[in-house]
Design a protein around this ligand. Sequence first.
Ligand SMILES: [Zn+2]
Ligand SMILES: [Zn+2]
Length: 437
Amino acid sequence: MFKFVSFGAMAVSLLLLAAPASAQEQTGFAPAVETSIQSVLPRMIAWRRDFHQHPELSYEEVRTARIVAAHLRRLRLEVRTGVAQTGVVGVLRGGRPGPVIALRADMDALPVTEEGDLPFRSRARGAYNGQDVGIMHACGHDTHVAILMAAAEVLAARREEIAGTIIFVFQPSEEGAPPGQLGGARRMLAENVFGDLRPEAMFGLHAWPGDSGTIIMIPGPFMAGSDRIDITVTGSQTHGAQPHAGIDPIVVSSQIINALQTIPSRQMDAVRSPVIVTIGMIQGGVRYNIIPQTVLMQGTVRYLNPQTREDLYARIRRTVTETAATSGATAEVTISENAIPTVNPPELTERARAAAARALGQGNVRGGYPVMPAEDFAYFQQAVPGVFFFYGVNAPGVSTEQAAPNHNPRFFVHEPAMETGLRAMLAIALDRVGAQP
Ligand SMILES: [Zn+2]
Ligand SMILES: [Zn+2]
């Protein structure tokens, strides 16, 4: 028995819509696709555990890339390796003509020492910034890789029915490149990640402390732009008892830190241009009774509205330099781009949302609010219209507030949630390149 549902003028896919009326009624996938999903699930979990146990830092994803490439070759995809050093690209050409789309997973882990008692927990160590560090998949990228490998397997099995081409992008170094180097997304783009193909849409997902079984997808700004600021305040060194004989850069720095907080609260539109300015490092002075010559500060700026970025930068520079000038000090400020905001185009997002809702059920595709972490998927969105979404990974009964956040040594993925990520990805992909009725 097949159940057919009409979704108006939208191009509909038999693969998506022909669901059996049995136990699989809710899945939204054709029986052959459903069978492939069931078959790949245990291996998807096994891949994830293996990656989790063998995490690799940014641009060091050699083992991960080797496993990914071997898998894609087994699926008879066209495979390119070494794209942005350790990136892997697989191309699946369907048996029928149709659009090109791209699906992306990031592969790198973090310099975090894992806590907790998972049987497959990481004991890996490595060097980061000259320090010996533990290495952990504390951002869930292990699950992204395993999910996309599973999606590739399911889609490759339907190759003859696929109307179009799917590019699988396994990206290195999402978490940030060493100073002076491009991050993974930008470098893959610089190295012509898509080759001669021109994708019309691109999709990526991320593990997030939300309810398992759900995804979060919202149109418009979704994740922040992230920049680093470096400030050097120069005064004039003097005795701690004779501040009038010099210029105190420590007092000036405290004024600058406070003045910077007026940018989000007084200077920018709090609704249209939410901003965070954080000074995370301050360094100055060597002795309690010496007023030093200089103070160094480092911080991060987060913002959601790309249109107000230049205005924000100008306000940061003006606030820092003119606050310093009131005391006769000077201040230099450097703003370095880390990532631009991830912004989901409304129409593309609505279509992806509808496809995901057919596979997961309306109630399991959730809206929400933008968040201030950043994601370099944003650079792919500059080249290709793209949608980025979260899939919830909390253990049952654990709320978002209770869950360990991403990058925490106890960040935890409830593995059954990965199936939801896989189904969402497949539904969104098949919506565009599924067999036409
Ligand atoms: Zn991360
Ligand atoms: Zn991440």
